[in-house]
Design a protein around this ligand. Structure first.
Ligand code: DC
Length: 236
């Protein structure tokens, strides 16, 4: 099966829309691989920090990005396991500060271009669920199904607050509301690969839906699409 024939379910959306949780559950239900592309940018931000690389020194940043050994394994109900250079990197990738630096790195075209191949190598049989901001628009424009998952800023701040509190982070709801709004603006207004729904994406607003309801809706859509396209994921 050639790369282009391997089905991809792209789940894009803003921070806190639930795409990570939903994406992992879809990947497990389908028996597919999973890519948390936000973790790719977070991992680079983390590696830059621990290696004392100046975030403004583009050559050093790109060099680190080119040599990144990254693996993502679903680990619901939480965030996926991220393996960096063969080592499990967990909580250190999830804080708001790393998220902010990831968003700054993600605004640089050269960084995005270096990380493109790394993300595309995650497309392996029998299929891939990829979550992020530009999975359906740039990284996998030929995805089998594109979902744009969203929710109100208030609801997303509330979810992120509960998530971080559970992990022991000391955060304020008002601070998160502001941080999410700022991050939305930066991710949506950047020139390269801005956060936007692909023209052919199905938009789902999860503000008033449970995770299970969203997952069921997406699985129905992807199973229909696979049937229409005659893709038998068990027959490869
Ligand atoms: O989804 P997240 O919060 O883990 O993503 C961290 C940052 O990485 C986010 O602010 C924007 C950026 N990002 C991106 O630009 N493109 C992606 N496909 C995924 C994340």
């Amino acid at each position: 099966m050639s790369g282009a024939n391997i089905p991809v379910l792209a789940v894009d959306g803003p921070s806190g829309s639930g795409k990570g949780t939903v994406g992992q559950q879809c990947a497990l239900a389908l028996g597919w691989h999973f890519l948390d592309s936000g973790a790719v940018y977070r991992a680079l931000a983390y590696l830059i920090r621990i290696n004392d690389i100046n975030i403004n020194n583009l050559e050093d940043v790109l060099d680190r990005a080119r040599h990144m050994d990254f693996e993502c394994r679903p680990a619901p109900p939480d965030a996926p396991e991220i393996w960096l250079d063969g080592r499990l990197a967990a909580a250190e990738l999830r804080g708001e500060e790393i998220g902010k630096q990831a968003s700054q790195l993600a605004a640089r075209p050269a960084v995005r271009s270096v990380l493109l191949d790394l993300q595309r190598t995650a497309r392996k049989p029998p299929g891939l669920v990829a979550d992020g901001r530009d999975m359906g628009t740039v990284v996998f424009p030929d995805a089998t199904l594109k979902i744009f998952l969203t929710a109100s800023v208030k609801e997303r701040a509330r979810r992120r607050y509960n998530q971080l509190k559970l992990k022991g982070f000391d955060v304020s709801l008002a601070g998160l509301f502001q941080a999410i709004q700022d991050r939305d603006t930066r991710d949506s207004e950047r020139n390269v690969s801005p956060l936007a729904a692909a023209e052919d994406a199905v938009t789902i607003d999860s503000s008033d839906l449970s995770i299970d309801e969203v997952v069921t809706r997406i699985l129905d859509l992807i199973n229909n699409r696979l049937a229409i396209e005659g893709i038998d994921i068990n027959g490869q």
